[in-house]
Design a protein around this ligand. Structure first.
Ligand code: GAP
Length: 514
């Protein structure tokens, strides 16, 4: 675990050193849980967004996109339930003066039981070698069974307290389990209180009478309140979806783990409107489609798992997370929720406008049910970054840091390098850049030794380096070096475009989703 934490620290500093992610307002000592994306980060982020957007709007003829405003009428947040119930249970440690989410403290404690079981399995595997039967061991080993029983009992107690919104019971669990503050190491806890996560501000001048508005905590409500506009103007027929990418804001109590939990972040959300009664069929379908989207990136199928929710929001009849194995454990990257007709019904009630769909096949009107897929751009970015980072030992005792980014997401697709800065090689290299740059993000680099230039490109995940040498001037060929294998092949300049396109285009990813 400590080793994983070290790796994570290295990834965070690599992200800064190579222009992916900077702490916000750094020259003023930063702003907690707010980050800026640098010159490479913004390209990686845009490519992630492009992959999602195209997968939604190009591959599904019944999904269209919108871009709604961040500010919305404040009643929207009353109707959606966010004003009254978008809360986290917080608890303070009196000694360290640090504030925590009570549910996160308990979840972290629960994860320790799983770590214990994993350790027992690892020990037994070492002892029994080839003959080890993990499934049998998990079912029969008394120590494992005891840990599992304690974990399951605690899990049940925790789920009940969360479902009942029982703050006193959450505190009691923390006391009974002897959970200590990671900073002070003490159990000197305050009561658990509810804390609303929405940022509030004023719109209009006070002289005219200002209005309190919120920074949206999710993009989804912008889709719900535009349901009628899109359905009517786009003549959409159910089932259909509306997709949106945009900023969301939450005043998170505990902002930790770099860009995993931020106060300003970005979401990619899609609301899929279906017939009442068909929602669970569509929920299952979207669960499958979304996992396929993730897996197509090739980060490793074993790094994903579903986590079905114990605590369903009062309006949901099914919910699951897609979790990804980060250096700090399996964590939620995307939520898939069956939200029933709650949101549209609430907006109908609060706005007084009829929000219904006339289904010509059934010859009846109804409030559509909704399946939502909601993924955080920044968490997706983090999962891609973490699983791509490698410190690689090379033959001859050399090392390199390489980002094995999926090529279609890489910020720079190819770098063109003249072997030396004379003899007409820079001019030839520039010629190649001037041709490739219309289709691919292309860098020109002539500084330092060729080895150093390769390392610089490896560190930002550039899939291809093209080297122009004296032979290029004679026969129109260059060396094409591939990032992961470091293999070099001699290819004709005329073939470069097709070779690079094959590997780096987002179309290649999209075709895997068919
Ligand atoms: N409309 C549903 C919704 O907002 P959510 O589970 O609260 O559901 C969806 O958020 C996704 O947004 C999460 O799976 C996560 O990827 C991302 N997300 C939520 N809070 C975040 C935060 N504070 N920082 C970064 N990403 C966040």
């Amino acid at each position: 675990m400590a080793q994983q934490e070290d790796v994570f620290k290295k990834i965070v500093s690599h992200a800064k050193e190579y222009g992916f992610v900077f702490p916000s307002s750094e020259i003023y000592d930063g702003l907690s849980a707010v980050y800026d994306y640098g010159q490479n980060g913004v390209e990686l982020k845009n490519n992630i967004k492009r992959y999602w957007w195209d997968a939604m709007t190009l591959l599904h003829e019944n999904i269209v996109g919108i871009d709604s405003a961040i500010f919305m009428h404040p009643t929207i947040w009353k109707a959606s339930g966010h004003v009254d119930a978008f809360n986290d249970p917080l608890i303070d440690n009196r000694d360290s003066k640090k504030r925590y989410r009570a549910d996160v403290l308990i979840e972290d404690h629960l994860a320790k039981f799983d770590d214990k079981i994993a350790k027992e399995v690892a020990k037994a595997r070492k002892r029994f070698g080839e003959t080890f039967d993990e499934a049998m061991f998990l079912q029969t080993n008394q120590r494992v069974l005891d840990v599992k029983a304690r974990r399951d009992a605690l899990h049940e107690r925790f789920a009940k307290a969360m479902n009942d919104n029982d703050l006193a019971e959450l505190r009691q669990i923390i006391i009974d389990e002897e959970i200590v503050c990671p900073i002070s190491g003490t159990k000197n806890w305050t009561d658990v209180r509810q804390f609303n996560l929405m940022f509030k501000t004023e719109m209009g001048s006070t002289a005219d009478g200002s209005m309190a508005v919120y920074l949206r905590p999710e993009t989804a409500q912008g889709i719900f309140v535009n349901y009628l506009n899109v359905q009517k103007t786009g003549r959409m027929r159910i089932p259909f979806g509306i997709a949106q990418i945009g900023k969301a804001f939450r005043n998170e109590i505990v902002a930790r783990q770099f860009i995993f939990r931020m106060r300003e972040f970005e979401q990619m959300e899609m609301q899929f409107f279906v017939r009442p009664g068909e929602e669970l069929k569509w929920f299952a379908q979207w669960k499958e489609w979304r996992l396929k989207w993730h897996k197509a990136l090739g980060l490793g199928d074993e790094k994903y798992r579903y986590h079905d929710h114990d605590k369903l929001a009062h309006y949901a009849n099914a919910a699951t997370d897609i979790e990804f194995e980060m250096p700090f454990g399996f964590k939620e990257v995307e939520g898939i929720h069956s939200r029933t007709n709650f949101d549209l019904s609430q907006h109908e009630k609060f706005s007084g406008k009829k929000i219904q769909y006339f289904d010509p096949e059934l010859n009846e009107s109804y409030t559509p049910y909704v399946i939502e897929t909601s993924i955080g751009v920044d968490r997706m970015f983090l999962s891609v970054l973490c699983s791509s980072y490698e410190e690689q030992a090379l033959e001859g005792g050399d090392t390199r840091v390489v980002l094995h980014l999926p090529a279609p997401l890489a910020p720079v697709k190819c770098a063109v390098m003249p072997l030396v800065r004379k003899d007409g090689l820079p001019e030839k290299a520039r010629e190649i850049v001037d041709d490739l740059k219309f289709d691919f993000a292309t860098h020109y680099d002539e500084k330092d030794s060729i080895g150093k230039r390769y390392r610089r490109q490896d560190a930002i995940g550039t899939p291809y380096c093209i080297t122009v040498d004296h032979q290029t001037l004679e026969d129109g060929t260059v060396t094409l070096r591939e990032r992961d294998s470091m293999e070099q092949q001699r290819v004709a300049i005329a073939d470069l475009h097709a070779l690079i396109h094959d590997k780096v285009s987002i179309n290649g990813l999209l075709r895997k989703l068919r």
